[in-house]
Write a protein that binds this ligand. Structure first.
Ligand code: GDP
Ligand code: MN
Length: 381
């Protein structure tokens, strides 16, 4: 779950990472009130979950309330890379001497946490990586050992962070690592991490992505979930406990297992179609889950065919078939189903479908994944 900058900064504060005082605003009046409280000059910042807001005109300095009105008025409602700005964050403006970059992510291949640190911040880190890769220091952190202040300081020295900023940067790295691990983040990034003329080091931006698998131990994430941008389909899927991601195509997809679902998307693409979604109903899916999955797919107006791709292991063919029959009784599906049912109890499942007397125009069964994909794509195009 991606957070907005202002939420990322709230999260940083919990872990004692210094950020500027400010407030979030949904209207021009609220922006002025937040600015009055933060103290002028302020920076008015568009809250959208994409980078490059500065270049797009979504970040403006304001010296007084009149300027806040002007800037908040133009930024609210503005569109940045397809994201409409509904909120601004107004914070006390900082004087900047230098801009650095710091982030923690998980390096799955190495099975370790990865610190990336650079004295060249404030710009796209991808750009730095392409033009000047040596300017980025990468340090693997063993999750059992954690990150010591000494190791953080050494990384800062390696990244050629100047002496006067070393202590500040090292302590923020340790706090950011705590935020990343104890805070259950997939990503915790500060760009820019600034050095002020006063010598203080400070997070001027926040990019935080939370690992939703850890949601059960973070009741405080409820606030973040409330503002999450999900489309109607994704909301419905979440309510039903399904792993669903909405896409733009016309073939609705249901598969058991994330790997099979991904392969299904690939095969649909390969035969010239486009997927309307990713949907993994998981191992051991029962009739109820299948019926729920079909309801979610059915809520997508773009769907013209539904490709159900099941290779049963723990998932049993007859449960899948029962779910389909149940769903057909419960909802009026907007599109026909093409099913490939294989694996555990596939034959029993196919028998249930055959006995249900579903017309061929509503459901066809194909023996292989490729043939089923082809049939689904023909219907959808
Ligand atoms: P992004 O472009 O979406 O990553 O937004 P950032 O929050 O990183 O801001 C982009 C740039 O705006 C920063 O690198 C700074 O150069 C500038 N900026 C943001 N806040 C301030 C501020 O308080 N004072 C000054 N002087 N510049 C700021
Ligand atoms: Mn930034």
């Amino acid at each position: 779950m991606d957070l907005f900058e202002y939420q990322g900064k709230q999260y940083f504060s919990r872990f004692d990472i210094p950020v500027s005082a400010g407030g979030v605003a949904l209207s021009v009046d609220e922006a002025v009130a937040a600015a009055d409280k933060a103290g002028y000059p302020v920076v008015v910042k568009a809250q959208v979950q994409v980078g490059g807001r500065g270049k797009a005109g979504g970040i403006k300095l304001a010296n007084d309330a009149t300027e806040v009105r002007t800037h908040a008025g133009s930024i609210l409602g503005m569109e940045i890379k397809g994201h409409v700005v509904e909120r601004v964050w107004v914070e006390h403006a900082s004087d900047i001497d230098e801009e650095y970059y710091a982030s923690f992510t998980l390096d799955r291949a190495a099975k370790k946490h990865l610190l990336m640190l650079s004295a060249k911040g404030g710009v796209d880190i991808e750009e730095v990586a392409a033009k000047d890769p040596d300017a980025i220091v990468k340090l693997h952190v063993d999750p059992v050992e954690g990150l010591s202040l000494e190791a953080a300081r050494r990384a800062a020295v390696d990244a050629r962070i100047p002496d006067k900023a070393l202590t500040g940067v090292a302590s923020i790295l340790v706090q950011l690592y705590r935020c990343f691990t104890e805070g259950d983040c997939d990503l915790a990034e500060i760009n820019p991490l600034i050095l002020k003329p006063t010598g203080e080091v400070h997070a001027l931006d926040a990019k935080v992505s939370l690992d939703v698998n850890a949601e059960f131990r973070h009741p405080e994430w409820e606030d973040f979930k409330a503002t999450e941008k999900l489309d109607a389909r994704e909301r419905l899927a979440r309510d039903k406990g399904l792993q669903y991601i909405g896409l733009d195509g016309t073939v609705g997809i249901i598969a058991n297992g994330a790997g099979l679902a991904m392969s299904t998307l690939d095969v649909v693409n390969q035969v010239g179609g486009s997927a309307a979604n990713f949907l993994d109903i998981g191992g051991g899916a029962n009739a109820d889950l299948m019926a729920g999955a079909l309801e979610v797919i059915n809520s997508d107006a773009n769907v013209r065919s539904i490709f159900i791709n099941i290779f049963g292991g723990i998932t049993r063919g007859e449960e899948v078939a029962k779910g389909i029959v149940e769903a057909l009784g419960r909802v009026d599906l907007r599109a026909p189903i093409v099913i490939r049912l294989d694996g555990t109890n596939a034959e029993e499942g196919r028998q249930i479908l055959a006995n249900a007397g579903i017309p061929e125009s509503r459901l066809v069964s194909k023996p292989t994944m490729l043939e089923a994909a082809e049939a689904a794509v023909v219907i959808a195009t």
